[in-house]
Structures are given as C-alpha cells and as structure tokens.
Design a protein. Sequence first.
Length: 551
Amino acid sequence: MKFLFKKTAIALVLVTTLLGGCKNPAEDIKITVNTDIFKSPMLFQFVNEKNGSEGPKDFSVEIKGPNADLVRTPSGGKIFKASAGLLNLMLDRTANPTPNNPVRFTITATVAGFAPTFQHVEITSATDPRLYKIAMVEYANPAIGNGTVLATKAISNGTANSELNFTTVTNADLAQKAEITIPSGTGFLDEAGQPLSGAQLEARIVYTGTAVNGKSPVPTGGNIVKNVIGANGQPITEDLFFYPAGVVTIDMFAGTKEVKGFTKPVNVDIEVNSNMINLNTNQPIQENETIPMWSLNQATGQWKSEGNAKFVKNTAGKLVARMQITHLSLWSPAFVEPIPTMLIKRAICNMQVTVNRPTADVNQTFTVNGNFLDKSVVLEKGEKTKTISLSVFGNSSATVTVSPFLLLSSPSSYGTLTSATYSNPCDQTVTFNYPPAPDGTIKVDMDLQFKCKNKELRTGVNAMITVTPQGASSDQAMVYTLVNGKGSGTVVNGVTYNIVVAIDGKSYTTKFTASKLDSPLPTIPDFSGNVIYDKESNTLKIVGQVSKDCN
C-alpha cells in the first residue's frame, strides 16, 4: 500500500504575477512592467487518472481552509478558474510562509463527467515554486482499481417509493464492486437537513478496491492522514496510517438539488479482498468481524470516525464490509494505526535508488514508487544523476518504478521504468538509466509577452506554459517555466507542438513545427509571433505576444 501524493507537491512551477493593480497614468505612454509582487507561485495540473485519456478542461474551483484569503490569481484576483486543465495561483504579498508557520488551504474541483476531488496545499516558502498534479476519476472511463456507476431512478416528491439499488460496474482491472441500497420510504435532505423535492434521483458513485494487479485501495489524499476526529468526537493529535478495505465516493441529486442526508439509514456494501489482514487479530478478515468506518469531508479534508462496519456475506456469498450511513461524503471502512506503531510492525527499511539521465540542460522531477511511500527525485539543471533513499516495507516484496512527474522543457525520451521484484527489498540498490534524447533535437529560447488590449501596457509572461507534441495527451506535455517572458528547452526537428498559456481562467493556444527555418506563428486571435532559427547555435527563438483585456 502506497501513500500517493495526490496528490502531492513537487518542485518547479507556474505563475507569478501579471498585470494586477497596474495603472496607466497616461493613455499615450507605453509602459512595460515587471510584475513581481506576489509570492509562492503554484501550478495545478488537472489530469485524467487513467493515463493517456483526455482530462478536464475549463471549470471553476473553490478554495477554502484557514489561509484561503491569502490565495490569488496571477492578476491578483480571487475568482478561481482552471483553463485547459491548468490553474495558476500564488500568495498575496503579505503572506510569509515558513516550515514553522505554513500557509494551508484546500482546492476542491467539481467537473462534469468526473468525480469531485480536492487537494490539500501546504506552502512553507515564499519563493520556491510548487507544481501539483491532480488526478480525477472519469465516470465513463475509470482508471485501474476503480469502478463507477451513473444512474437515475424515479422518486416521488423527494422520497423513495420503492427500494433503490445502485451497483458499481466491475471491469478488467477490478473484480469487486460496491452496492448502495436505499430503503423504500427514505426521504432526501439538503445540507441544512431540510427535505428535498423532486421526481428523479441521480447517483454518481466511484468505488476504489483492490485492483487485479494487486494495487491496494488508496483514499483521496493518501494513506497517511493528519486531520482526524476520533470516536470520542475529539481531534486525534498523532498521524494515522489508513488500511482501507475499500473507498466509495457517493454524490446524489434530487432534481437539481444536491443530496446531503437521508431520513433512514442507507446500506453500503463494499466487496473486499478476503486476504486483507485484521489488524486486531493479525489474521485474514472473517465474517462477523468489525472494522472502523470513516467519512471524509472533502471541503475541509477532515476524516471522522463513524462507528464500525461489519464483515458479512452478501446474497452472492461474497464477503463485504457493510456500512449504514445517514449522510453523503467519501466513505471508507479502514483499519488504522498510529504512524510509529505502523513503522515498527511493517519493518520499514530503505532501498537506494539512482536515477541517471543523458543530459542536464533543464530541471526535471521524477517520482519513485516502491511498496510504501512515493518519493520525488529532483535533478537540477547541471545534474545528470542523483541517488535517494526510498522507504519500503521490509516484510513485503517490492517492485520499484520511476517516472517523470512532468516533462520539463525537453522531448519525451523519459517514460516509466520498472525494476525487478525484490522479495527482500531492504538495503537493495536499484539504478535507472534513461536513454539519450531523440535525434534531431533543437534548442528553444522562448520570449513571450502579454499586451493589454484596452491600454498601452506590456509585461513578460511569468508563468509555466505547456508545450505538447500534437496528438499527444496532457501526460506528455513539456513544461516551460517563463520568468519575465523568457524560458528555454528543447524540441525535436519535424515535430509539431501546441503551446498553451493558461492565465486567470482563460487559455491561449498556438502551434509551431520545429524546423531549421524561420516561420510566423499561425494567425490566431490574441496569440501572434514568429519562430526564428539560428544555425550557429542550433536554436529556435520563439517570440510571441498574447493580447488580453486588462482591469
């Protein structure tokens, strides 16, 4: 079982300031500004959890939490919208995050066709850029280990006039399912506990179980949890490790209103892996045993003890964890242990992992996965190799993988590499060697400016932009970090690339074909420029201008 940094933070990133608060003192004077007034630049990339599939595009997000008032858009605004799956944020100039006094907030995203998700953010530096990759489950195209159901059933004036059943669909990657049973006569309630009306009930459900490939279920936010209310109603001060039997996210709507509660308990049966160990007996789970049951407030990221679920046999004779719930959220029957206890019992040890790359012209972040915690390997510009210690469970076999988090400024010669399987991973040494870049590599210097349409004001783009081979998925995007409009990287001769700049809820897109010739960028509204090739340095200089309305 692995702790996924889901949706996790990794170095390097996007945005800094644009145009906010700048005033033109005279309409006939052109002003060029360097808007370096905000702190802690961040890029959030929303992707489909199923690799290679199309991700979410344009949508609004909510930002909540203790320091949400410090979060700004690149132009200083507080209306937060992602465009082309990218969201650029920063902190207000008054923020002063440190390791002892971090800035914390939560991003929640609800996108049509995808399960709602959230990302907790903790910023400890006013200067270090941060990059977050947030994977979202698509109902119609779930990733490995997920089963979904989208269904609409008739109700009568906000009440179930017969028993309603919703069952997630199994697939080649997941043999288990979840079943939700709503008793006849159940009324549906809003967040304030008031009855809802409506003639139809729409259900959107995602179940995460033990995948066919052996991957264990991981709750949203990862297996290590810090914000927990215990059975006594009081906060649990120590960090906990969750061992879920499964995870189910349930969203329902009566008519157009969101359902938050029920007038009768609703049964949720989660099929479980019969090889799961009961932490109380250290033996495989048995019928009639119990397991703690937890709900997650996705707006705040707080877990809450909700009593116990019971292992029973369903009508098909399969072992399920049966929960009775009265409100909607993310639910999980899960054994838990304090982190210090877990580390002792699971015999945590280290593997030495080395990542080698053929060139060192850009910063690059890789994610290394074992059988416990994921870890980032950040190779700075000028570094071709780095070795890290990876914590693993010593009493379980381990296979290590390494993959680029996002490809920064160089062609996609970096894929996912996989090690052999080690029955005893403690003190093992693993080396990953990436191949050289493709033939025909050309250097790129980018110079990109923003120009106001409604005033004579120009500024260099301070942002992370994506450069993606045409026809490739967002997973294959290269990311160029621009400082005052300037950044550099490499491309492959003959390949056509899309450039996407996403700022303040709007994206600007153009394309170019890498070649050893001069050429204009295509004639596209609000995005113009030229590509100039320098033979002596084998460099393409892309000079562009994005036009936008300014406040």
